[in-house]
Design a protein around this ligand. Sequence first.
Ligand code: APR
Length: 239
Amino acid sequence: MDKIAQLKQWIKESSRIVFFGGAGVSTESGIPDFRSTDGLYNQQYQYPPETILSHSFFIKNPEEFYKFYRNKMIAAGAKPNKAHLALVKLEQEGKLQAVITQNIDGLHQEAGSQNVLELHGCVKRNFCTRCGKSYDLQMVAESQRVPKCSCGGIVKPDVVLYEEGLDSQILEKSVYYISHADLLIVGGTSLTVYPAAGLVDYCRGRLALINKDATPLDGQADLVINGKIGEVLGEACSL
Ligand code: APR
């Protein structure tokens, strides 16, 4: 049986599926990932992107942070692709219990997924660091230099920067769903950033990996499909 047919069969047999994904889920929507050869972290900048996207850099150089962030992290105009839509279908069929994503683009919700756990936050939510007032993505995208609140405070995106911790409630829910899943489908992630990548260890059911490139956890998986996740999930979910 070919690998996609095998995944299709497992999906048919499962009722508590969980999906855990990363930037590779959104590349077919035109958003570059981080660590592929053409990824964000392999382009040349004055500072390494992992430095720019850190808490201390945001505090010390907000103007430089926002120049990079507005240019590279806000994927205005990106639309959900077949991978996002296949997961919506599985959720509507009552088979998929949760989407756990490292992405901050909000495309899973835009596609129609209802139960989405955003481990690293979302660009659509922004708040004043002084008074806590909320602002939408448009305000940040259209701001010049550093977006400021009406109270004068600096507005910060609700995304997890390097040096910042993840939301403990979201982590706990993610562990719960993964440890109760009969099939964990992991896709479009290099599985190199923790604690997110460590979530795969809680899998007690079948583990299927869909990724263009090899990952450090391939040896742990029951099925590894190297291919484009939009095509693979589209076919496996009969989209
Ligand atoms: N189909 C399948 N796999 C793909 C596709 C695709 N269309 N496009 C890219 N990939 C794979 C790449 O081979 C790569 O292994 O997706 C993976 C993306 O890995 P990364 O770029 O490292 O992205 P991700 O794993 O999400 O990074 C995790 O790092 O910088 C932090 O917070 C950031 O959430 C991000 C975290």
